[in-house]
Design a protein around this ligand. Structure first.
Ligand code: 5GP
Ligand code: SF4
Ligand code: MG
Length: 449
């Protein structure tokens, strides 16, 4: 998912719309905007892309001094209108709009407990848990209640909450899910999942919200508090490998350049005898360019993407996904015919994408296809908000590299090593749980097969 928030701007609603629009790649199942105006909160949301879910932003939500936005893809809870966000709740502290990215690993036990105490949940997503914890808190004021509620959550999460009192941002104690802070020339504060959304509203990046930090932004400025002591940052490596937009930055460093670095390192670790380097658009193109640069093999556009289809991975079931790949990609015969192709992808999860693409390349006349993956084998399911589904579907978990090559139909196959990944990512401390390097936050129940 993607979250956005802005406080103290006369065009808050419009800017939240633009900012959220720039995060559209983070989820296409539902979207919404919440606006604060004269102490009242209004939310518009619906299924699909932001432009379909909230077509009337200018007319209906135009006035306001603060706003939040959300785009969703489901990790917990169904892809249903009731789970669309921002959630609008009324607690004894007043109205509250909430937008959430990530996944709470203890949501089942918290929900169970809350329901036993009489809470009635509207939807099936885990995002509501925070609102119910707040509603049930005995703390005298909202801020204390929020700190207390946040301290009970575990997992990977970033929340943006809007109340008449202020805009609040919360980031999980390991900083697994991203949340950045920006500020416009006019002094409005902005919170967003990625820096591309800050760029969209001309709010230069100030800093990241820290792991375990809660910020309150109001007309009195920004106040920072810790709801939990962090044991060190472990941001999601997959944000860099695949999820974030390439023009976004992590700690001031370009995602695009980091991906190119992954490709360079991959070329050093896993060279191939070939005539042309082809990347799977769009997410693998920077890595493919890096591979070409380091190997001296020419880069070309051997695959074309139909832009009018949402990210296939995000389609909730397997058959929809399979058809999605077909609709999405086609091969350029003139680039690959009679050629030995190095095919670069950013990741291999289920292997269905690769199998289909290799078939396409061969149909277009490719003589050999050497598949190179710009990340290590994906071995464990993510429990922190990236939907890579169940362990049983993860191809690399059950097959050797040779068997994988056979399954996807490649002449050869190689992955980036975990050390290669961390050295290309730069800085230390990443979540690498899905690559078998251990879960920073223990998961609540045994992994399903
Ligand atoms: P698979 O191997 O499961 O067929 O798919 C891997 C492809 O899915 C890669 O090209 C990657 O870019 C894309 N992809 C889309 N969304 C996601 C996601 O949320 N996680 C991962 N790991 N890959 C994704
Ligand atoms: Fe990201 Fe993988 Fe960690 Fe999930 S397990 S947060 S996808 S690095
Ligand atoms: Mg891809």
């Amino acid at each position: 998912c993607g979250v956005f928030g802005i406080w103290g701007d006369a065009d808050a609603a419009q800017k939240a719309y633009w900012g959220t629009f720039s995060l559209q790649h983070r989820g296409q199942e539902s979207a919404g905007i919440g606006v604060l105006h004269d102490g009242r909160l209004a939310v518009e949301k619906g299924m699909g892309l932001l432009q379909d879910a909230v077509p009337q932003v200018v007319q209906d939500l135009a006035v306001g001094q603060a706003a939040i936005g959300h785009v969703r893809y489901s990790t917990t809870g169904d892809s249903a209108p009731v789970n669309a966000q921002p959630l609008l709740m009324h607690t004894r502290f007043g109205p509250l709009a909430l937008a959430h990215n990530g996944n709470l690993v203890n949501h089942r036990s918290l929900r169970h407990q809350l329901e036993a105490e009489g809470a009635i949940f509207q939807g099936t997503s885990d995002s509501e848990v925070l609102a119910h914890l707040l509603a049930r808190s005995r703390r005298p004021d909202f801020e204390k209640a929020l700190l207390e509620a946040a301290s009970r959550l575990s997992g990977g999460f970033a929340f943006v909450l809007l109340t008449p009192e202020g805009l609040f941002g919360i980031r999980d104690p390991f900083g697994i899910r991203p949340l950045v802070l920006g500020r416009t020339d006019q002094g409005a504060y902005v919170l967003a999942s990625e820096t591309c959304a800050l760029d969209m509203v001309d709010a230069p990046w100030v800093r990241d919200i820290e792991p375990g930090e809660m910020v309150k932004i109001s007309d009195q400025g920004l106040v920072s508090q810790k709801f939990r002591q962090s044991e060190g940052a472990r941001p999601c490596a997959f944000e860099v490998i695949y999820f974030s937009r390439p023009d976004s930055r992590h700690q001031g460093e370009s995602m695009h350049l980091k991906r190119r670095q992954l490709g360079k390192r991959l070329a050093e670790e896993a060279p191939a005898e070939a005539d042309v380097v082809v990347g799977v658009p769009d997410s693998s193109l920077p890595a493919a360019m890096g591979y070409a640069e380091a190997s001296g093999i020419r880069f070309d556009f051997g695959l074309v993407k139909n832009r009018y289809i949402a990210r296939t991975f995000i389609a909730p079931d397997a058959s929809a996904r399979e058809k999605g790949v077909q609709l999405k990609l086609s091969a350029v015969r003139e680039v690959v015919e009679g050629k030995r192709v190095v095919l670069i992808d950013d990741s291999l999860v289920r292997g269905t994408t690769s199998r289909h693409i290799i078939r396409l390349l061969r149909q277009a006349g490719a003589k050999e296809v050497h598949m190179r993956i710009a990340s290590p084998p994906y071995l464990e399911p993510c429990h922190y908000g990236i939907d890579t589904s169940r362990a049983g579907e993860l191809a690399a978990r059950n097959l050797t590299v040779t068997q994988l090559a056979e399954m996807v139909g490649a002449d050869s196959l190689a992955f980036l090593s975990p050390d290669g990944l961390t050295s290309a990512l730069g800085s230390s401390g990443w979540c690498l749980a899905c690559f078998g390097r251990g879960y920073p936050v223990p998961v609540e129940r045994p992994v399903e097969m």
